[in-house]
Design a protein around this ligand. Sequence first.
Ligand SMILES: CC(=O)N[C@H]1[C@@H](OP(=O)(O)OP(=O)(O)OC[C@H]2O[C@@H](n3ccc(=O)[nH]c3=O)[C@H](O)[C@@H]2O)O[C@H](CO)[C@@H](O)[C@@H]1O[C@H](C)C(=O)N[C@@H](C)C(=O)N[C@H](CCC(=O)O)C(=O)O
Length: 494
Amino acid sequence: MLLSSVVQGLEWNNIEGNLDRKVEAIAYDSRDVVNDSLFVAISGFAVDGHQFIANAVEQGATTIILEKETPVRGDVTVIKVENSRDALARISANFYGNPTEKLNLVGITGTNGKTSTTYFIKSIFEQAKRSTGLIGTTGTMIGDQHIKNKNTTPESLNLQQFFSKMADTQTDNCIMEVSSHALNLRRVAYSDFNIGIFTNLSPDHLELHKDMDEYFEAKAMLFDLTKECNIVNVDDEYGRRLIQRVKDYGTVLLTYGINQKADIYPTNIRYSFDGTTYTVNTPSGSAEITVNLPGDIYVYNSLAAIACAYASDISLAEIQQGILKVTGIKGRMETVYKEQDYKVIVDFSHTEAALEKALNTLRPFVKGKLVLVFGVYADESDQGKEKRVGMSHTASKYADFSVVTSDNPKKHDQMLIIDEIAAAMDSFNGQYKAIPDREEAINYAIEASDKDDTILIAGKGHETTQIIGDQELPFNEREIVLKALKRKKQIVRS
Ligand SMILES: CC(=O)N[C@H]1[C@@H](OP(=O)(O)OP(=O)(O)OC[C@H]2O[C@@H](n3ccc(=O)[nH]c3=O)[C@H](O)[C@@H]2O)O[C@H](CO)[C@@H](O)[C@@H]1O[C@H](C)C(=O)N[C@@H](C)C(=O)N[C@H](CCC(=O)O)C(=O)O
């Protein structure tokens, strides 16, 4: 592709060199540069991409986009822009032929519930014979292909490549999770969203967003990009704030909720450990819904999906079947083991709000003790001290006993993190034992449990690794649980 076409619509401050050269590939990482690449230098959080420009040129980059004055040698076109990440999004969309113009793109944002909502929508759309791709925390799905993602919402270059692959393979719909990081870091800029969905907002990622107002502003950006319809959880305080903001946007506004007046709402909700049934009421009629996941959380997430299907003219019968067909989602209230009243559940809950919901969802079905295994993950900057106190408060209040352990400590001292959690647990009079090694912690919870207990292993959900220092080590909670149970049974028998 010619550079002049790649940079169409790009606003730049300065340009040196000509636009009459070819671009074979785009890279934002110097290690991915091939001959005739366009390299975008990004001032990152960890390192400054500008320091790799010389290296990129050596490897064959013939165009450089940068945001900081940097000397560049060689026969290279250098374009200086205000924001490299925004420029990357613009040129990536151009390079792949603006694929979202050919897709029905649905974006879901909010602190919790994004993943299961995407799964419900994909299943309903497929029930209605609409070919559908998915991008999110558990990976990217295009046809039979399942690709692992580094981020919930990938970088714009990778994202546009996925969109283009979907468009090329007649995958007409793409349902994707849109993180606040992605919105802030311009990963989804220049993508045409038809439908935007807001699930809820509670404290998370405050290392990037300073406070809740800023976090809300980041999430709200999705609704500035939406062309046709906005779907909002009216029961959420920030959802109501969003409604005030988008109601005059000229797009269709659909609300869903359990407690407040909403366009899409449930009646006659019946809960059980294996799932929930309810009657959904929409402006075009009602239907009986069975959600094969327990608790209010999945009532909300299925309602969001129903609103999306309703806005997409999908029949209630297809909606009903589509939701029914979601029999489980990896790491989302996933029952790893169940024998009469003894249960072991793995869940991704890693915020105070999500943990509280998960524990409260289980509580009515617990005959013995509700035992929690949890840690608090460290973000890059490790600003998570408040979160350690908050999660400990939730654990002390809603679990009968907690095993405090590590959860992706990364480069931070896991003992320090665990000591802080332990101190908070003490201050809330929580019953707990601290075992830093996560595998040992799970083993302990299983060994010490009785036949009527329920164990919730929170934090990792679908993840299959534990990040300690620079190493991402394999860590399969399901296998650990099953091995521990096998040992326990052998001990009981002998
Ligand atoms: C904090 C954060 O968001 N970091 C993201 C950011 O990385 P960064 O700015 O730290 O990159 P860096 O390592 O400093 O490197 C700067 C630049 O130099 C380049 N480089 C680096 C080394 C080299 O040899 N050559 C080279 O060119 C890098 O490719 C990069 O372009 O840009 C990268 C490329 O887009 C992202 O992959 C990375 O996400 C990291 C992995 C991350 O953990 N992000 C989390 C916080 C995140 O985004 N989470 C949300 C989900 C949240 C949720 O819903 O729970 C998500 O969407 O995943």
